[in-house]
Design a protein around this ligand. Structure first.
Ligand code: DQA
Length: 148
C-alpha cells in the first residue's frame, strides 16, 4: 500500500514558526514520526512539501494510478484553494485532511475548508499525532474497502 503525505505552505518553517501554536518539531521531525508509524503499519509512504499551490495540484495529479490514498495538510490553502479541491476530486483517491493546530479554536477564516466535505475525515489539533492518527485511519479504511 502506498500513501502520500502532502504538506502545504509555510510548513517548512515548523520549529521556528509560531511554536506556541505549532510546537517545536520541524517538518523533518514530523516526517520521522510518520515514517516510524508507516513501518509499524507496513505501508510505503512518500513525503512532499511545497509552498506553491500549482505544485500541490500537480503532486495530487501524480498520485493517480500510483498511490492508494493521501494525507494532506494544505495549510492556508485549505481555506482558499478551489484548485486543490478540484485536484483532489480529479484523482478520486481517499484522503484525510490534517492540521497540527485545532483550526476551530482559531480565527473564523480558518473554520472554512475547501477539502473537508470531500475528505474521508479531518484530524485537527493533535500536533504531529494528527498525521500518525490519519495514517492509521487511512490504512484501515483502504484495507476495509479492499475486503468489501
Ligand atoms: C494549519 C492551520 C492553517 O490554518 C494554517 O494556515 C497553517 C497550518 C495547521 O496545521 O494547523 O499553515 O494547517
Amino acid at each position: 500500500m502506498k500513501i502520500s503525505i502532502i504538506n502545504g505552505p509555510n510548513l517548512n518553517m515548523l520549529g521556528t514558526r509560531e511554536p506556541s501554536l505549532y510546537g517545536n518539531l520541524t517538518v523533518s521531525d514530523i516526517n520521522r514520526q510518520i515514517e516510524i508509524k508507516a513501518d509499524e503499519l507496513g505501508v510505503e509512504i512518500d513525503l512532499f512539501q511545497s509552498n506553491i499551490e500549482g505544485e500541490i495540484v500537480e503532486k495530487i495529479h501524480s498520485l493517480y494510478n500510483n498511490f492508494d490514498g493521501f494525507i494532506i495538510n494544505a495549510a492556508a490553502y485549505t481555506h482558499t484553494s478551489i484548485a486543490i479541491r478540484d485536484a483532489a476530486l480529479s484523482v478520486s483517491l481517499p484522503f484525510i485532511e490534517v492540521h497540527l493546530s485545532n483550526v476551530y479554536k482559531r480565527e473564523p477564516f480558518r473554520h472554512k475548508s475547501y477539502l473537508a466535505d470531500i475528505a474521508l475525515g479531518v484530524i485537527s489539533g493533535f500536533g504531529y499525532l494528527s498525521y500518525t492518527l490519519a495514517l492509521e485511519a487511512l490504512v484501515k479504511h483502504i484495507k476495509a474497502q479492499a475486503q468489501a
